[in-house]
Design a protein around this ligand. Structure first.
Ligand code: SPD
Length: 367
C-alpha cells in the first residue's frame, strides 16, 4: 500500500481505537501535559531493542518509583511499528530510531512530550536536540547513538582500515568467506550497505539504484549464512561467521564478554556506513504516560545515562552523562567516531511512499 493511503488508514484506525477506549488522543495528551516531575501513574510497559538496557537500571527505576517494568523486545524499526499500529499490546514507551520517529509522528502515533515533566532534557548535547526527524524534540528524546559497519575476524582482515563492503558484495573478494557472512535482518540497513558499496546514498529514491542494489544483494545471498539482528555478534564470537554486518556496541559487548578483543574487530568500511540515533517516545496507545515521562527523565539523569552507555558501549547523546563516562570509552573512535569517520556516515531518513519499494525488494532478496 502506498504511504499516503497507509497514513489515512492508520489515522482512521488510531481514531477508532482511541474512541473505543473512551478517551481519544487529545485526552491522553492532556493527561501527559498534566504530569509532574517524578510522577508515576502505573507500571511501565517498555518496548525496546534487545540487550539495550542494563538490568540494574531497570531495578533502580522499579525501586525508586515503586512500579513494575515489563520489557518486550523488537529487532527492527519496522516490526516495532507494525506492533504499535496493530494496537494489540499496550506499550508505554518505545525506542524508535531517527527515521522511524519521523514516520510515527507523521502518522499521529506519538504523544507530545511534556517538557516540564522531563527537566533532564536540558542535559542533552545540543548536537542531538532539534534533529530533522523531530524538530524541537516535540515527540522524542535521544537514548543512545551508534554506527552500522562490519564486525570481523582478524584471521580474514588485518586491519579495520582495510574494510570494504566488497567483503560481502564483491564476488571475488568475498568468495573465501562464503557461508561465513551474516547480514542484519533489517530492510533499510541491508540496502544501506549495498547502496554504499555502489556509491549511492542510503536514502536513494532512484528506482534504478534500488534495482542495482537488489541485484547485488540477490547475487550475494548465496554467500550469506543468515540474516540476523539479534545474534550477529554471537555468531562472530563463536566463529560461525567471520564477516558480520551489525551495530558497533553489540559487537563490543560481545567482544568484552568473550575476552575476544585480540581476535575480533569492528569498523566502518571505506565506502561509508550508517549513523543512527535511537530515541524514547510514547505511543498514543500508552496507558501510563506519567510513568513513561518519568522513565525518560530517569534515563536522561547524568549518572543513569553514563551507566546506560557504559553497559553496552553505545555513545551517549547526553552531555552531562558524557562528563561521567570512562575517558577511555569517550576517546575510542569506534564508539565516538572522529569527524573524518563521521563524514562517511549517513543517517537513514523517512522515504515516504518509496519505503514500500525497499520493503518489497527486501522480501524479494530473502525469498
Ligand atoms: N542491541 C541494541 C541495538 C540497537 C540498534 N539500534 C539500531 C538502529 C538501526 N538503524
Amino acid at each position: 500500500m502506498v504511504r499516503g493511503r497507509r497514513l489515512l488508514l492508520v489515522a482512521a484506525v488510531v481514531a477508532i481505537v482511541a474512541a473505543a477506549c473512551g478517551g481519544g488522543g487529545s485526552e491522553l495528551q492532556a493527561k501527559a501535559d498534566a504530569c509532574k516531575v517524578d510522577e508515576v501513574d502505573g507500571d511501565l510497559s517498555l518496548y525496546n531493542w534487545s540487550e539495550y538496557i542494563d538490568p540494574e537500571l531497570v531495578e533502580k527505576f522499579k525501586a525508586t518509583y515503586g512500579v513494575e517494568v515489563t520489557e518486550t523486545f523488537f529487532e527492527s524499526n519496522e516490526s516495532m511499528l507494525a506492533q504499535v499500529e496493530a494496537g494489540g499490546a499496550v506499550y508505554d514507551l518505545v525506542v524508535p530510531s531517527d527515521y522511524m520517529v519521523d514516520i510515527m509522528r507523521q502518522e499521529g502515533l506519538l504523544v507530545k512530550l511534556n517538557r516540564e515533566a522531563i527537566p533532564n532534557l536540558a542535559n542533552l548535547d545540543p548536537k542531538f536536540t532539534n534533529l530533522p526527524f523531530d524538530p524541537g524534540n516535540e515527540y522524542s528524546a535521544p537514548y543512545l547513538w551508534g554506527t552500522t559497519g562490519i564486525g570481523f575476524s582478524y584471521d580474514v582482515v588485518d586491519d579495520a582500515a582495510d574494510l570494504t563492503w566488497g567483503l560481502i558484495f564483491d564476488p571475488e573478494l568475498s568468495a573465501p568467506f562464503a557461508g561465513k557472512i551474516s547480514l542484519l535482518d533489517d530492510e533499510r540497513e541491508v540496502f544501506a550497505a549495498a547502496l554504499k558499496y555502489l556509491g549511492y546514498s542510503v536514502n536513494s529514491k532512484d528506482e534504478k539504484e534500488l534495482q542495482e542494489a537488489t541485484e547485488l544483494l540477490k547475487a550475494a545471498k548465496d554467500r550469506v549464512a543468515t540474516f540476523t539482528s539479534d545474534s550477529f555478534e554471537d555468531l562472530l564470537v563463536a566463529g560461525e561467521v567471520v564477516i558480520a554486518h551489525g551495530w558497533n556496541g553489540d559487537f563490543f559487548s560481545a567482544f568484552d564478554e568473550a575476552d575476544a578483543w585480540e581476535e575480533l574487530g569492528y569498523g566502518i568500511p571505506k565506502e561509508g556506513g550508517v549513523a543512527w540515533v535511537d530515541n524514547m517516545a510514547i505511543p498514543t496507545t500508552a496507558e501510563h504516560v506519567c510513568t513513561a515521562q518519568t522513565f525518560i527523565n530517569f534515563i536522561l539523569d547524568p549518572e543513569n545515562g553514563a551507566q546506560l552507555a557504559e553497559w553496552n558501549y553505545y555513545a551517549s547523546p547526553n552531555a552531562k552523562a558524557n562528563e561521567l563516562i570512562d575517558p577511555e570509552m569517550l576517546s575510542d573512535p569506534a564508539v565516538y567516531p572522529p569527524p573524518e569517520v563521521f563524514e562517511k556516515l549517513e543517517f537513514l531518513e523517512d522515504l515516504g511512499d518509496f519505503a514500500t519499494k525497499y520493503a518489497d525488494a527486501f522480501t524479494e532478496v530473502k525469498s
